[in-house]
Design a protein around this ligand. Structure first.
Ligand SMILES: CC(C)(COP(=O)(O)OP(=O)(O)OC[C@H]1O[C@@H](n2cnc3c(N)ncnc32)[C@H](O)[C@@H]1OP(=O)(O)O)[C@@H](O)C(=O)NCCC(=O)NCCS
Length: 218
């Protein structure tokens, strides 16, 4: 892996366009996998015993605790906290076919010819600064808005608005972290995209002060 990394990085030096360089690195240097030991991922980490499928993106500073599983075709934004034993984006099966079994759209089981399509993994999106509590389940294809909190044990079956606190089965809105105006202002700042040097100086526990600084663009 180290040799591959060195080689890809070396060859990338000869690609003049930054965007293409980034795409090549992304394609050949996959970082999100099943880890036997804790691994750093984009300044965050995926714990040992967490399972991360192919085609999963984990944004900067996000972390995923042991026992959690993130299925295929999931995007996780920055600064997300994912607790233990969380399931995100488990596959769909058809409810209105002859059977719910995948043999009907995958040749894997019977070696049969397959001519029916079924989208098993619609994209699941966890935006930024989302906290997901222990044992929560996030249905495949759902979008969880920035700043949302998913209570422990919740089963999220529908899209979640930004900064909503969700609990229960099926998950319902318990409350919002902030009032409507504050949420609007927070989303506008897109603070999660700021450089580390700016972020670390903010008075985190004083939300109004934070917003004033962020809005002043200082
Ligand atoms: C969702 C959560 C953030 C809410 O915290 P809170 O704002 O302090 O909420 P409260 O404890 O005041 O509870 C408010 C109400 O929601 C209910 N509630 C709280 N968490 C709940 C949950 N996970 N599932 C169902 N109901 C829940 C409470 O029973 C209470 O109901 P009531 O008003 O009928 O009495 C918190 O309970 C939670 O689930 N945290 C996740 C913890 C975790 O998994 N940590 C992992 C570490 S990374």
């Amino acid at each position: 892996m180290i040799i591959k990394k060195v080689l890809v990085n070396f060859l990338c030096c000869f690609i003049p366009v930054k965007k293409i360089r980034k795409q090549v690195r992304k394609k050949f240097l996959k970082r999100n996998k099943v880890y036997e030991e804790e691994k750093k991922v984009s300044s965050g980490f995926v714990s040992a015993q967490a399972f991360i499928d192919d085609n999963v993106e984990v944004g900067e500073y996000s972390y995923i605790c042991p026992g959690s599983r993130v299925f295929f075709n999931t995007r996780i934004g920055k600064f997300c906290s994912i607790a233990t034993d969380v399931t995100i984006g488990a596959s769909l099966h058809p409810l209105n076919f002859l059977s719910t079994h995948p043999f009907q759209y995958s040749s894997f089981y019977m070696g049969n010819e397959v001519n029916i399509g079924f989208n098993t993994f619609p994209e699941t999106i966890i935006e930024n600064d989302v906290w997901i509590g222990c044992h929560a389940v996030i249905k495949c294809g759902v979008r969880i808005g920035t700043g949302a909190v998913i209570g422990s044990g919740a089963v999220v079956t529908k899209d979640v608005p930004p900064y909503a606190v969700m609990v229960g089965i099926p998950a319902k809105i318990l409350k919002y972290r902030f009032n409507e105006e504050t949420i609007r202002r927070l989303l506008k700042t897109e603070w999660w995209n700021l450089p580390k040097e700016k972020l670390e100086k903010l008075p985190f526990s004083e939300i109004e002060e934070c917003l004033k600084i962020l809005e002043s663009g200082e």
